[in-house]
Design a protein around this ligand. Structure first.
Ligand SMILES: [Zn+2]
Ligand SMILES: [Zn+2]
Length: 283
């Protein structure tokens, strides 16, 4: 049974429950080590990240929970930090926090320029995504996807975050191959080239199980065909629910565990007493 979840949101950002409710759900589900990963504030107005004015309160609450529940579960302090494709960097504010966290998840959610209004997102809606592709890439999704995987490669190489968040988030609204066919060779080549770059770093890829809870049918990130490619390159993995509801604290963990074993993965990485250690799968 998988005992860790290193991607957990709360009502400090776009999650539905309090941090404490998430911790209690984790204990109830038998998890022994978790990370709280609110969305790092962004350098523009939005309604889905922690607000800068709430950061102190966030960290104080995480600290309170670490102490309060120390006999029942290990809790780690983290944030999900955005990398911006057009700036080739994370925000200055985020850089200042990296050393204060037990680990960091880095992800890309925004498309192209931050100097437009509204901001476009990969994961907001199909319409919003399509509009961005049309506005910035003359409707050519392939051009965007190429830039996206190059950006992921650069992000991981430049910052070496402990965890890379939802590698192929770009498939979230790709039902019926609306934007691209993920079985075409150009796509597979982009992904595997990106994996080569990740394999040259210490960054772990999260097996993100939460997508199906919000958009049924999306499956996990990364897609099933990518996992054996990761294994070939011996890329280490963590488990992340990308959990926004307490009821989803271990959502589809068993299915993920079974599939990882099928692909030859025998272990995942867990924080124990503040150190990353391997934990066997299937026990
Ligand atoms: Zn994310
Ligand atoms: Zn997240």
């Amino acid at each position: 049974m998988i005992q860790a979840n290193y991607h957990i949101h709360s009502n400090f950002c776009d999650g539905k429950n309090t941090l404490e409710e998430m911790v209690q759900a984790a204990i109830k589900a038998g998890l022994t080590s978790i990370g709280l990963t609110g969305h790092m504030p962004l350098p523009f107005e939005n309604d889905w990240t922690i607000q800068t004015g709430d950061l102190d309160r966030y960290f104080a609450e995480v600290k309170r929970l670490i102490d309060l529940y120390q006999d029942q579960i290990e809790i780690y302090k983290s944030l999900e930090v955005d990398y911006f494709m057009d700036r080739h960097s994370i925000s200055e504010q985020a850089k200042g926090f990296l050393n204060e966290l037990d680990y960091v998840i880095m992800s890309i959610h925004t498309i192209k320029s931050l100097d437009v209004d509204p901001i476009y997102y990969i994961d907001e809606s199909r319409e919003n995504f399509a509009e961005a592709i049309s506005r910035f890439y003359s409707g050519n999704s392939q051009d965007f996807i190429k830039e996206y995987y190059q950006a992921i490669g650069h992000m991981v190489t430049a910052y070496q975050p402990e965890i890379l968040g939802h590698l192929d988030l770009i498939k979230k609204f790709n039902q019926d191959h609306f934007f691209f066919d993920d079985q075409e060779s150009w796509y597979k080549e982009l992904v595997t080239a990106c994996l080569d770059r990740i394999a040259a770093t210490k960054t772990m890829i999260e097996i993100n199980t939460g997508a199906d809870m919000r958009v049924p049918g999306v499956g996990r990130y990364p897609s099933d065909w990518i996992i054996p490619e990761m294994k070939k390159r011996e890329i280490p993995i963590t488990i992340g629910g990308d959990t926004h509801y307490d009821t989803g604290i271990a959502f589809l963990f068993d299915a993920a565990e079974n599939y990882l074993l099928e692909c030859g993965y025998t272990e995942y990485w867990m924080l124990k007493n503040g150190r990353w250690e391997t934990q066997p799968l299937g026990v």
